[in-house]
Ligand binder design. Structure first.
Ligand code: SF4
Length: 313
């Protein structure tokens, strides 16, 4: 039996071998980032909800952990913003109570960190990885296209407040987009702001797969190195190129080739591919749609659903 709320384990350079736990449906998010590699946000909202009964997520966790898997982290992430889920605190508590040996990380876009409930619910986690890519409201709106009612000032305030109450580690992700947030003065101001938050680590990220907007291009390794210097933070490290941007699985720098390799060996369903690669089912579907333009891609309906195969050259 497969899983609806768990994906992976995936191999992520940020977190090592990590089991993803998805608390929100596909692309329910507070942002609609221009670089989002999962696709356009379909439900942009600030409203926290219990999207799924938490007992179902807990059942899946029990089943998964009954095999004593080797993991570096259990990670609340997925294809949307996990702090939107009202089950956040309960699921964190469940994991830390029943499987305390596994470190627990939460990937967040930081948009709700000002909310006292969210802050409290996160307290039992071991690492929180918020994104902070700008200190300029105009750039913030341009990059993240947030839900109405979200402003950068509130996010910065939330990050500072959270740092004051949280005893776990905070690893800030800075997502760099050439021509948008990589100007020298901007990076110096961003470095100052991040310094005030006092994170344990700062990770520089850039586009690794096609983003939502075609004009977004990845920073080169040299640009990332320069940006690290301009930020002026000794702790800044680059996670380019096989990086995992927060809210999704990450199994390979070139997931399309991995899929082609898999389905040229034997026909697979979306579920098979998702299970083997750690990619979210929606993401696998998106990649398969892209590949379907190639005449070598074949499909066939079988007992378990549609099987994809690849005819060799
Ligand atoms: S990158 Fe993350 S925060 Fe931005 S739209 Fe995608 S899922 Fe939401």
């Amino acid at each position: 039996m497969g899983y609806s709320h768990l994906f992976g384990p995936v191999l992520s350079r940020r977190l090592g071998r990590s089991l993803g736990v998805d608390l929100v449906p596909y692309k329910v998010c507070t942002f609609d980032c221009v670089y989002c590699e999962v696709g356009h946000t379909t439900a942009k909202t600030l409203q926290r909800q219990e999207f799924f009964p938490p007992s179902g997520i807990e059942e899946e966790l029990k089943r998964f952990f009954s095999t004593n898997p080797v993991l570096d982290y259990v990670t609340l992430s997925g294809s949307g913003e996990p702090t939107l889920s009202l089950s956040l605190g309960r699921v964190i508590g469940f994991i830390k109570t029943h499987f305390p040996v596994y470190p627990l990380a939460v990937l967040t876009n930081a948009s709700l960190l000002w909310d006292r409930h969210v802050q409290e619910e996160l307290l039992a986690s071991d690492v929180v990885l918020p994104t902070l890519s700008t200190v300029d409201e105009e750039i913030f709106q341009r990059i993240h296209r947030p839900s109405p009612g979200i402003y950068l000032g509130k996010i910065l305030e939330g990050l500072r407040e959270f740092r004051a109450v949280y005893r776990g580690e905070i690893w800030v992700e800075v997502f760099l987009i050439p021509g948008v947030n990589m100007d020298r003065d901007h990076l110096a101001a961003l470095g100052d702001e991040i310094g005030r938050i006092r994170p344990d680590r700062v990770q520089l990220n850039t586009l690794d797969r096609p983003g939502t907007e075609p004009w977004v291009r990845p920073a080169t390794p040299q640009e990332l190195q320069d940006a690290a210097r301009m930020l002026g933070l000794a702790s800044a490290e680059s996670i380019h190129p096989a990086a995992s941007h927060g809210h999704r699985g990450d199994a390979s720098p070139d997931p399309a080739s991995v899929i082609v390799e898999m389905i040229s060996r034997r026909p697979c369903t979306i579920g098979d591919i998702s299970q083997a690669t750690g990619l979210h089912r929606q993401e696998v579907g998106k990649l398969l749609r892209t590949l379907s333009g190639d005449p070598r891609m074949k499909t066939r309906r079988g007992e378990r659903g549609i099987f994809y195969s690849w005819a060799g050259d």
